[in-house]
Design a protein around this ligand. Structure first.
Ligand SMILES: NC(=O)c1ccc[n+]([C@@H]2O[C@H](COP(=O)([O-])OP(=O)(O)OC[C@H]3O[C@@H](n4cnc5c(N)ncnc54)[C@H](OP(=O)(O)O)[C@@H]3O)[C@@H](O)[C@H]2O)c1
Length: 322
């Protein structure tokens, strides 16, 4: 597996990461044992970068990830996040951060977290205070690198004055392109990009369905209204674009999901996607994308099909910097 270095502090990870959220949240019923198997298979195939968060089951997902990687913990980079309340509000007050990070260390069963992210910018707490608190854990040897999730350019700049930020984690896929406006800032500050939901929450695969066909507990189900890509009017146009992309993928001998992930990888050495799958076979397919080189002609053809991303906003709760 090829590696990429994110930021200027030496954070080096496999070019393809793994996102574990779906094991406990968002995409309908899942089996934790299958999740453990998926994580271990990812590691067997060379993945060394595993993403979780307190939010994904309030410790449940961190426990699954911690258990799955225990046999090879020293060979991998574990990233987790703080900053939500139980009713999905934001809370990055220093005491809350300290409590959540201590819990995360316990849930993961580790003595240090490799990458600690603020999950969402909390408008009620100055970012300097947030990063100052995060850096206490770096000083104590309990955290190695710092990251922010869904932060805009001003926040990144201010945060960076307190402690180097190695990574920004933001949604990035053929459907969600907004973060490209931050590339100059990331380049200037030397910050890597972790691309979350790189398969557009499953839309950029052969497995997309109309909203109503997902399980009622799945965030893509029509009742939730969370993802405009699935809304009537957008859905049909998005399906049509994916059909054209799939046709192109097939002509290159790859799958739709491989093409989608290879496209993210082709956007720069500073980008590492973290697709999520609870299925070992699909994990293997996603990892295979690392071996696909897209030419300038390929990228131009993809741009012709989808010049600006998916039809509809990427999610109902779009962050302020967009
Ligand atoms: N920072 C943040 O705020 C934030 C927000 C969202 C996500 N994330 C992180 O990013 C990770 C990935 O994002 P995501 O899980 O939302 O979206 P994603 O990776 O774009 O898509 C996940 C969906 O695609 C399906 N899938 C994956 N590989 C597939 C394949 N090869 N063929 C067919 N279907 C496939 C999965 O189903 P199966 O599981 O059934 O395969 C799941 O339904 C998360 O796990 C989480 O760690 C972070």
């Amino acid at each position: 597996m090829r590696e990429r270095t994110l930021g200027r502090q030496g954070l080096t990870v496999s070019a393809m990461g793994y996102g574990s959220m779906g094991i406990n949240l968002a995409y309908g019923p899942a089996d934790e044992e299958e999740g453990v198997a998926a994580i271990r298979h990812a590691h067997e195939l060379g993945v060394t970068f595993f993403d979780t968060a307190e939010l994904y089951g309030w410790g449940a997902n961190e426990r699954v990830v911690g258990r799955a990687v225990r046999p090879f913990r020293d060979d991998v980079v574990i990233a987790t996040k703080f900053g939500f309340t139980r009713d999905y509000g934001y809370d990055s007050r220093p005491d809350h951060i300290r409590e959540v990070v201590d819990n995360s260390l316990r849930h993961l069963g580790v003595d240090h977290i490799d990458v600690l992210y603020q999950h969402r910018v909390d408008p009620a707490v100055p970012i300097e205070d947030v990063v100052g608190t995060m850096s206490e854990f770096v000083d104590a040897g309990k955290v190695k690198y710092l990251g922010l999730s869904e932060a805009g350019p001003e926040t990144l700049r201010l945060a960076h004055t307190v402690h180097p930020i190695s990574v920004l984690q933001t949604e990035y896929s053929l459907f969600a392109r907004e973060v490209e406006q931050l590339f100059p800032t990331l380049d200037e500050l030397g910050i890597g990009l972790v691309a979350y939901s790189p398969l557009a929450r499953g839309f950029l695969t052969g497995a997309v369905k109309p909203a109503g066909q997902y399980d009622v507990t799945d965030a893509r189900h029509s009742g939730s209204g969370a993802f405009p890509w699935w809304e009537e009017g957008n859905f049909e146009k998005n399906v049509e674009a994916v059909a054209r992309l799939t046709e192109f993928a097939v002509s290159k001998g790859v799958t739709m999901s491989e093409l989608a992930l290879a496209w993210v990888l082709a956007q720069g050495q500073h980008v590492v996607p973290i697709p999520g799958s609870r299925n070992p076979g699909r994990v293997a397919q996603n990892i295979a994308a690392v071996g696909i080189e897209l030419t300038q002609d390929d990228l131009a053809r993809i741009k012709e099909i989808l010049p600006h991303g998916g039809h509809g906003a990427r999610a109902a709760d779009t962050p302020a910097w967009i």
